[in-house]
Write a protein that binds this ligand. Sequence first.
Ligand code: C2O
Length: 540
Amino acid sequence: ADVKRYQFDIVMSNVSRLCHAKSMVTVNGSYPGPTIYAREGDRVVVTVTNRVARHNVTIHWHGLKQRRNGWADGPAYVTQCPIGPGGSYAYDFNVTGQRGTLWWHAHIAWLRATVHGAIVVLPPPGVPYPFPKPDAEAEIILGEWWHADVEAVEKQGRVLGMAPNASDAHTINGKPGPLFPCSEKHTYALQVQWGKTYLLRIINAAVNDELFFSIAGHTMTVVEVDATYTKPLRASTIHLSPGQTTNVLLRADQRPGRYFMAVHPFNDGPGGVPADNNTATAILQYAGVPASVLPVPPPPAVANATCLAAAFHGRLRSLNSARYPAAVPLAVDRHLLYAIGLNIDPCASCPNGSRLAASLNNITFVMPRVALLQAHHEGIKGVFSADFPDRPPARFDYTGAAAPLRLGLGAAAGTRLSRVAYNASVELVLQDTRLLAVESHPFHLHGYNFFVVGSGVGNFDPERDPGRYNLVDPPERNTVGVPSGGWTAIRFRADNPGVWFLHCHLEVHTSWGLKMAFLVEDGDGPDESVLPPPKDLPEC
Ligand code: C2O
């Protein structure tokens, strides 16, 4: 195993898209930021130096388990205090038992809009992929571009108590593509040769938008999600929630030409509108075809997005081979049911006297001022309580037309964690509700992969639904979409001690409080406790 060292300088950079220029926070001046390459088993040390005057920063390595080493996980005030202007912190971690595509991003306020990049973990030397070796590989990072300063967008929403402005464009590797006005020169192109096969490492780094990815005239084969191998799945449209990654094999086997790749937003209406001058695109460019050839038009936009996404994810299966078995917990020690609520809270300073909020089991999470992991490890009192409820305060018709709004209005605020015994097997059912409105929510758990054993529309039925779980080869992920007006059940074994964040990966909902954390206790064995904190851990 090697040691891979990277230096990340957090700097202000001038970036322009769609004829709008702005100064924004980047890593090393690049947008998206640099890719981290490692092999399974390597140690990675990324020294992050904050060279901007006005921003605190932390970086999260989304999907890396960081076993016993939450100090390197990155969410601000959960596992560390932020790196202040002028400060430096070395994220030092081992990439053990994982390989595939993940990504890194800033994990404080909305800074991840511009501060993110890919992580590529290759198998150990001599270990092949469990699918035909591709001729080449490429990273495809989907994102969002705002003309305005992203922090100002977030702040405006907070001050008004309303939803913040949507982004001005989606992007592919930071570029909106030629259909947008004034964007011709910001177009990503993937060069391919006829007959060859490419591994595309697709990442949804968008801040608030679920996205669909497709390529005109081509079908893809999914082979991996969230850095876990899957059974090969043919698909012409790939759905990714923010936070999710998907590897596909693409064979360049169509008539040599130029083809649009397209990113479509989540549209739950019945009719798909065709791609227009607001559709983010890139070009699949066959070798030898002149750039003057008109690209084959982008695939049409999606309709009925909730159904399409559910159908796509419902067909995913983990590989579950002898070498990569799916170790699904069959018995459950701890049953959890978290009701997801969008709420309206009173707000004296807001123009409407109220503001949008969000909650899990009627609790709107309040960020502490001391990092939770530090408070736990050092026994600092008064930072959090470990009494997060295992189920909603009352059983009700979660998704029915007449969901009891009062349950969701003025949810209780608190910094409450759920205490879990080391090595317990946990089942968590995430249940969307109609407290204010149903919506789909991508939930991300830090420190773990989990198995998505079931999902459905309407209310989870504890008598009927577990009988239909897939306990053989369910997809293994770190981020899962809870369908709009439905539920998703996940299982994991709590074998990673520490404090681990669980949150909606739509940044707008995270800001509203749609988050909580697990406190997984130390075990008694020699490798079962949180490691000591590094010397350069930032202070609050
Ligand atoms: Cu990708 Cu808590 O984040």
